[in-house]
Design a protein around this ligand. Sequence first.
Ligand code: G3I
Length: 548
Amino acid sequence: MTWIRRIGPSRPEVEPAGRPQARGRALKGVLPAVVAVALGALTVGLAPTAGAAPVATGSATARTAVSAAEASTLDDLAQAKGRYFGSATDNPELSDAAYTSILGSEFGQITPGNSMKWDTIEPSQGQFNYTKGDAVVSFAKEHGQAVRGHNLVWHNQLPSWVSSLPSSQVQAAMENHITNEATHYKGQVFAWDVVNEPFNDDGTYRTDAFYNAMGKDYIADAFRTAHAADPDAKLYINDYNIEGQGSKADAMYALVSELVADGVPIDGVGFQGHLAVQYGFPYNMQANMQRFADLGLDVSITELDVRMQLPADATKVASQNSYYKQAVDACLGISRCVGITIWDYTDKYSWVPGTFNGEGSACPWDENLQTKEAYDTLYTELGGTTDPGDPGDPGDPGSGALKVQYKNADSAVDDSAIRPTLQLVNTGSSTVDLTDVTVRYWFTADSAAGSFGAWCDYAAVGCASVKPSVQTMAGAVLGADHYLEVSFSSGSLAPGSSTGDIQLRVSKGDWSSFDESDDYSHGSNTTYQDAPEIGTYIGGAVVYGTEP
Ligand code: G3I
């Protein structure tokens, strides 16, 4: 179990009267005033990092572990699995009482989105101003939360005086900045993003002021300087678009391997996780993160959000749910993944609309601070269970129920296409809105394929409303490393009725052959049979079938 340093154990020891006992969607937007877990001082020894410089043993304050059954918040659930669940925040938001009520109760960790960056802390050379960063730390102390320091060295939000320095003076300025800031927050942050975003998207180094002055050696120097100032802090390198396998992740892996081999005091790698439904889920995220953990390092998801082009629709929301689920699964599947931080919890304060024109809806809470399906996905994926008596709960189809039936008229199990035929049957007593429904057919890709094609060849309900896509699983399991996901852009299914045939087809981008014989969802029956090896979901929660 990985415990992190928490500051100021000020969460109440006793649950206040009137706090809801059971969680369900009926509680949507009704948030507990406080977290109902006891706090206790705990001295922890942080696990030594293989191949890296000495790692700290320090005094930390951590919450007593809670079981999933006792849990009521995302952080409670994560803690029950030995991890934290956090959110970014920012100073202007701290005066929004409705916002801080949730920020202070739902999360065990916070990251200042802007207030510890260079332009805020040292806007003029040698003039340090910690007011904003201190306000975030103070909030964390009041709520018994741990703080990730973000960040010490970054090409962005860097005051112009740094970039204007003669090259010969950049190293001293960088070391002075790191020493001053890491010393100021010593004992108050459990981790630092020491170097943020050192790579371009193609895996080449960013030619910022630091690289131009020192080459890539600035990175090792930054870590050594931070370690000297705060030997107990976990020191991270942090970047985006390194979540999945690819050239940028490979460049990061080569760099981090070298740092570890050289004994540079690096403790972890932060995978930001700024995802977008239109770009697909990162390829083999869990396996990619695992190879960094295998270097003896902690890994964490540090800035998770899943944006989409607006307006949102059922298909995009289903993808968003799937991405949040897969990201959680990736972290939970890696013993050295210490936690997940979302890049602010609400669309009200998300950075996305200000940066990507026409995009948004990236967070698990909406602009009115109401939880979205993404929240339910996170909650259940972290192991939370809901009140089965609540008809609005995820996983409870109410009086509507669905099953999927499958037949396979394609006798070739080793050609370049998988061709399942499905039909959905409403076995309940109320109409099911098909735009809430997704179906998953699990298979193995059998050989590396950069991309997949997925098609609806025929559907009695019309292929125009059937949306097939191929998704990568966070981790391969027996019989499955991908799944064909089918959603619907329109339509409904009356009680007792069926969609009729939906004929689907999947191929790899390189048209290489599959071996379907060992695929989890594959069957050889040529007439319809109930198919519990194919998953059916309503609102992102499984209502029929068993996941592999
Ligand atoms: O503080 C000024 C304010 O005085 C001015 O009136 C206003 C006008 O636009 O701008 C304010 O500064 C903004 C700053 O956030 C503080 O709100 C900047 O314009 C804006 O660009 C800046 O955006 C931040 C962004 O980093 C900058 O790259 C986001 O809030 C912040 O969430 C985002 O966070 C980054 C992580 O640090 C690193 N990973 C990517 C992530 C998302 O971009």
